[in-house]
Design a protein. Structure first.
Length: 368
């Protein structure tokens, strides 16, 4: 048996004040609980991706990780029912002279139960074949009573041209038909808590944004986004989607992993209000941050302007505009040409180091 390593972690009276807290015993992080008049100590590091168990919550007899809600028994370190083979170390405790001590030498063994990888976690490998284009409609409407959407109409024109004339593979995803949760800010807990696949996707099998992830990461060469203009911005559904795409950008930061390699993005922006340039600027900024390329003239747009307030005429103009239809067709053709260059390796590759806005070090970071 190893020699005991009793380490003083603090005043008993002070530690009693909180049912769960994080303490340090030497260099070891501990999740310390005080329940029913006694102390228990388990490792403060979650088996999943290293979340701080001591900063979580106590649910009955289980410590709940604040990052992804994995649970471990506050005395034994054993995972919740169904996951008993997941164990974090537990430690002996004692009280002497009003001080609490933890015996580091008493640590039980950490065990990690094998967990099946999510299908999205597979390697990103492009299958041979023609250019593939996914159109993503971000306009909202009542499903039971659909209306004419100018952005949807131009997206349909572009995809039909790609399919029937350019002989490409296409699919269309309408965000309004998917049931998916908004981003819940795992990145705000820690960069490491924002995982790929998305934490919500891994935890909630009913969340349907996995269809978007599958299409843009594993299937498509071209991502064609259509949006109306809403109060001078892209649609609320667009923002709901891209906030959930932080997990893609975050892989650049924490793992130097480029999930949208050799992808081309292009945009269709339609609206009764103005600010086309502002909307497109945001779209391009975001998709540049996740590593996409753009064709020359990467968007088409139409707007009646701020003062018109005549949506009926806006709709009729789009319906009757040959130029807009031709513009949608030419846009998808330009995006296809760029995708062919990317797929063929005709654009030089460069090592990727902390891409996007994370390419610089903060003053507080070591530079050596």
């Amino acid at each position: 048996m190893p020699d005991t390593q009793w380490t003083d972690v603090g005043s008993v009276e002070e530690l009693k004040k909180t049912p769960l807290r994080q303490v340090s015993a030497g260099n070891t992080t501990i999740a310390l609980t005080y329940k029913e008049g006694s102390f228990s100590a388990i490792s403060g590091v979650c088996n999943h991706v290293g979340g701080p168990l001591g900063q979580g919550t106590l649910d009955g007899d289980y410590v709940v990780c604040p990052w992804h809600y994995w649970k471990f028994h506050h005395k034994t370190g054993q995972g919740e029912p169904g996951h008993e083979q997941d164990l974090v170390p537990s430690y002996a405790t004692k009280i002497e002279s009003g001080r609490l001590y933890i015996d580091l030498s008493s640590a039980t063994k950490r065990k990690k139960q094998p967990h099946k990888l999510h299908p999205l976690a597979r390697p990103v490998l492009r299958k041979s074949g023609p250019v593939r284009i996914v159109g993503i409609s971000t306009t909202a409407m009542t499903a039971e009573y659909p209306r004419y959407s100018t952005s949807d109409a131009m997206l349909d024109v572009a995809l039909d041209h790609a399919r029937s004339v350019l002989k490409l593979e296409t699919q269309c995803i309408r965000l309004r038909e998917l049931n998916f949760r908004p981003c819940e800010g795992f990145y705000s807990k820690s960069a490491q808590a924002c995982t790929w696949p998305c934490s919500i996707t891994q935890m909630d099998p009913t969340d349907q944004l996995d269809r978007v992830y599958e299409a843009i990461v594993h299937w498509a060469d071209v991502i064609l986004i259509s949006t109306p203009i809403r109060w001078g911005n892209a649609s609320s559904l667009y923002y709901k989607m891209v906030e959930r795409m932080n997990c893609i950008q975050n892989q650049e930061t924490i793992a130097n992993k480029h999930l949208l390699k050799n992808k081309v993005a292009a945009f269709i922006v339609m609206g009764g209000q103005d600010n086309v340039q502002g909307v497109v600027g945001q779209l391009m900024t975001f998709f540049a941050e996740v590593g996409c390329q753009f064709p020359q003239f990467p968007f088409i747009a139409h707007s009646r302007g701020w003062s018109a307030e005549d949506m009926e005429r806006n709709v009729s103009e789009v319906q009757n505009s040959r130029e807009l239809r031709e513009g949608a067709q030419e846009l998808v053709a330009r995006a296809t040409d760029m995708a062919k260059l990317m797929i063929g390796g005709q654009l030089a590759e460069h090592p990727l180091v902390r891409g996007g806005r994370k390419a610089h070090q903060l003053d507080s970071e070591p530079t050596g």
